[in-house]
Design a binder for this molecule. Structure first.
Ligand code: HEC
Ligand code: HEC
Ligand code: HEC
Ligand code: HEC
Ligand code: HEC
Ligand code: HEC
Ligand code: HEC
Ligand code: HEC
Ligand code: HEC
Ligand code: HEC
Ligand code: HEC
Length: 433
């Protein structure tokens, strides 16, 4: 209405202030008010819609069993991204007075066809069934705002709760056989969730950082950012340096080759519950990394055999001075990653490996300053194929032999003694009788 009012105001302010023209001036005011009252619905379509839809008690029958409120808050609508639009821009079939009782659903693609194209192919796309997320489920209806607005349902701080309306709903999760039941619960306590929710770090990951927004796919889909092989790149969007290191490592190369047994970021860190390595509950905490992370694969006979990796590395570590110290709660002792590296693990024969012969002196020297070169090259994983390991094995063998000889000898002696004694008793009885 404001352009009309401004025009009238400009005309009237040009009129000189004397008795006759004052009358004309007040006629202008009268005209302006009359114009506003009668022509507003004609200029702005929603005026006529609000004749009925600004009634908080108005309801619409959606189905035999469901009746919903048909109230539209004009203030909320006016401040939304579409506040300048007419109702019929979205409700194209609401023409006619009164309009049909049942209207078609709103088609956002009339204006956002680029988004719709991506959305259609996604797991939530129109064909996915009645419970899957629609445009309005994530964005709202009459309260749609830009993602950068703190009140938007897709504002980073609000997004996780928007997804959780369905993804923490046991009925939906069960009906669609979604293997992850309540990602929000784990996410809330993750290093990302805590950093974002506490508004300390707006760069931390939220649901759509890892899943995408309109193009969300199942983890089984090779196009999905959470398909196992794409995970390093997905995390790498924000952890670029680690991603670079990882892709060169023995694990990264194996992933690139498509070997599913090799670990990606989430195999060591988890996905929704990623924790800081300093958190004692983290699977990569110094006291847990050997047992909770490396061991899962490197103590597995299937994996070590399949890839011809030296077996028994875990057990030999656990029995070592370092392993025992870790079990005793030492934060200083070496764990698998202190010697092999974290994201830069290589075969020991690779000159880039921290446990390559040429680098051992430095690696051990990090914690044992001035360690003797030969000591640093002494075997760490003692097995039957290493020299000290062989000594251990001989000692073990001799010990077993001793046990057999001593206990066997004793049994033999006692047996013979028993037979001798019982014969003597039998002879005595015969003599007595
Ligand atoms: C004369 C009053 C009146 C006017 C004017 C009016 N509506 Fe309605 N509208 C209703 C009533 C009553 C219902 C509930 C119908 C039912 O389901 O029983 C309704 C329902 C609706 C629904 C829900 C339909 C459905 O399928 O459930 C939409 C959308 C809607 N109106 C949009 C509009 C738009 C857009 C305008 C303006 C172009 C408008 N209405 C103008 C009275 C009105
Ligand atoms: C940006 C598009 C858009 C605009 C503009 C819009 N609506 Fe809607 N409206 C929706 C969507 C989406 C729904 C949910 C139902 C559907 O998908 O068809 C809806 C639903 C409704 C309903 C059914 C009740 C409900 O809340 O689900 C009414 C009534 C309604 N709109 C009235 C209006 C009126 C009146 C205006 C103008 C002030 C308006 N709408 C403008 C998108 C829009
Ligand atoms: C009649 C055309 C039209 C329809 C229909 C329409 N929109 Fe929009 N939408 C726009 C325009 C134009 C903008 C403003 C773009 C801008 O400000 O850059 C917009 C803005 C938005 C924004 C905010 C974007 C931003 O960054 O500010 C979102 C989200 C959005 N629309 C979602 C939807 C959804 C969901 C629907 C369906 C319920 C829908 N739109 C229906 C034209 C439309
Ligand atoms: C699963 C939730 C979800 C669904 C479903 C969804 N969106 Fe979005 N949409 C988002 C998120 C999250 C963003 C914010 C992206 C960002 O931060 O830039 C967004 C952003 C947008 C924007 C703004 C684009 C921009 O560049 O700022 C528009 C427009 C939009 N969506 C329209 C739609 C339309 C139309 C549909 C239905 C075809 C739809 N969305 C379905 C989550 C969703
Ligand atoms: C309105 C409910 C709803 C909302 C909101 C919603 N989803 Fe979904 N989502 C579903 C349903 C239902 C499926 C299963 C679709 C199917 O399998 O056909 C699904 C599937 C998925 C899948 C694939 C799961 C699988 O096993 O195939 C992912 C990943 C996903 N959603 C992530 C998200 C994210 C991230 C958000 C928020 C940005 C979100 N969803 C918002 C209902 C929703
Ligand atoms: C740091 C990255 C990351 C964040 C943040 C994240 N996810 Fe995930 N999400 C993943 C990965 C990776 C997987 C695949 C898990 C696997 O391989 O077992 C996954 C799996 C899922 C699945 C099952 C997918 C399927 O195909 O069955 C759903 C549903 C899901 N996430 C929803 C969410 C929701 C909702 C949020 C926000 C609360 C969220 N995710 C936040 C990385 C993330
Ligand atoms: C959108 C960007 C983003 C994505 C994607 C992302 N992260 Fe993060 N991540 C961060 C930020 C920012 C922090 C720091 C949070 C803080 O301030 O505590 C962080 C922290 C971490 C930490 C803890 C670091 C520490 O020193 O405490 C780990 C571990 C981590 N992320 C692993 C992952 C993994 C694994 C993935 C993929 C599944 C991933 N991140 C995806 C942004 C991201
Ligand atoms: C083989 C297991 C493993 C894999 C695979 C792995 N990490 Fe790690 N990551 C660790 C361990 C162990 C630590 C803890 C090191 C420490 O104690 O400081 C760690 C620490 C981190 C940290 C925090 C420390 C820092 O340097 O900022 C981030 C962030 C991180 N990893 C991200 C990633 C990302 C991203 C990927 C995938 C590209 C990945 N990790 C793959 C085991 C792994
Ligand atoms: C998800 C399973 C998995 C996890 C977890 C894992 N690895 Fe591995 N690792 C493998 C596989 C598979 C290979 C063989 C790759 C190849 O040969 O291409 C490998 C190779 C290696 C190698 C090279 C061995 C050789 O002879 O080729 C070293 C060293 C190694 N891993 C150390 C570690 C350490 C240390 C950790 C813990 C921080 C760890 N791995 C965690 C699966 C895993
Ligand atoms: C992350 C630090 C760290 C690294 C790296 C490390 N060690 Fe140790 N090491 C320790 C700590 C701490 C102890 C004491 C454990 C205990 O309390 O019994 C120890 C104990 C030892 C012992 C037992 C004798 C003693 O001094 O107590 C030997 C031998 C040893 N380390 C050799 C090595 C060799 C060889 C390497 C390199 C292949 C190495 N260490 C790498 C921290 C480390
Ligand atoms: C104190 C340092 C140290 C610790 C701790 C340590 N390693 Fe090693 N590891 C070595 C050295 C040195 C070699 C190479 C010599 C050898 O094969 O014994 C090696 C060899 C290996 C190999 C053989 C493959 C290759 O690269 O030749 C694997 C696999 C391995 N370690 C895994 C582990 C795992 C898993 C842990 C934790 C459970 C662990 N290591 C703990 C130093 C260490």
């Amino acid at each position: 209405m404001s352009p009309v009012l401004v025009a009238l105001f400009l005309i009237q302010s040009g009129i000189k202030k004397n008795g006759a023209t004052m009358l004309i001036k007040y006629s202008f005011y009268f005209l302006a008010v009359a114009f506003t009252l009668t022509c507003s619905p004609w200029i702005y379509g929603q005026g006529s819609c609000f004749e009925c839809h600004d009634d908080p008690d108005l309801t619409a029958v959606v189905s035999d069993t469901l009746e919903i409120s048909a109230y539209v808050d004009s203030l909320i609508f006016a401040s939304s991204s579409h506040g300048e639009f007419e109702c019929v821009d979205c409700h194209v079939d609401a023409e006619g007075d009164p309009h049909d009782e049942v209207l078609g659903t709103v088609d956002c693609s009339a204006c956002h066809d680029d988004v719709m194209e991506v959305y259609h192919a996604s797991v939530h796309g129109d064909a996915s069934g009645p419970d899957a997320a629609s445009c309005a489920d994530c964005h709202g209806k009459h309260d749609i705002l830009s993602a950068s607005d703190a009140h938007s349902k897709v504002y980073p701080l609000n997004l996780a709760s928007t997804c959780a309306i369905c993804h923490a709903d046991p009925k939906i999760v069960k009906k669609y056989h979604i293997p992850i039941h309540d990602p929000l619960a784990a996410y809330r306590n993750s290093v990302h969730g805590i950093a974002l929710m506490s508004e300390e770090n707006f760069d931390a990951a939220t649901c759509t950082s890892c899943h995408g927004n309109h193009g969300i796919y199942s983890m089984k889909d090779p196009e999905s950012p959470i398909y196992w092989k794409n995970v390093p790149e997905t995390c790498g969007q924000c952890h670029g340096e680690i991603y670079e290191q990882f892709t060169e490592s023995v694990h990264g190369v194996a992933v690139e080759e498509g070997l599913r047994d090799a670990p990606v970021c989430t195999d060591c860190h988890g996905e929704h519950g990623v924790k800081s390595p300093e958190d004692p509950e983290s699977r990569v905490h110094p006291l847990r990394v050997s047992a909770a992370t490396c061991e899962r694969c490197h103590a597995s006979e299937i994996i070590t055999e399949r890839y011809g990796i030296a077996e028994s590395r875990v057990i030999t570590f656990e029995e070592s001075y370092h392993g025992l110290a870790i079990k005793g709660g030492s934060m200083e002792a070496a764990n698998c990653a202190s010697c092999h590296g974290i994201h830069n693990i290589f075969r020991s024969s690779d000159p880039r490996s921290l446990v390559h012969v040429a680098n051992l002196h430095k690696t051990c020297g990090n914690c044992h300053p001035g360690i003797d070169k030969n000591v640093s090259r002494g075997a760490v994983h003692l097995t039957s194929s290493t020299t000290p390991g062989r000594v251990v094995k001989y000692v073990k063998d001799i010990y077993i032999l001793l046990i057999v000889v001593v206990i066997g000898g004793m049994a033999l002696h006692n047996g013979a003694d028993f037979i001798r004694k019982s014969r003597r008793i039998v002879k005595k009885r015969e003599a007595g009788a």
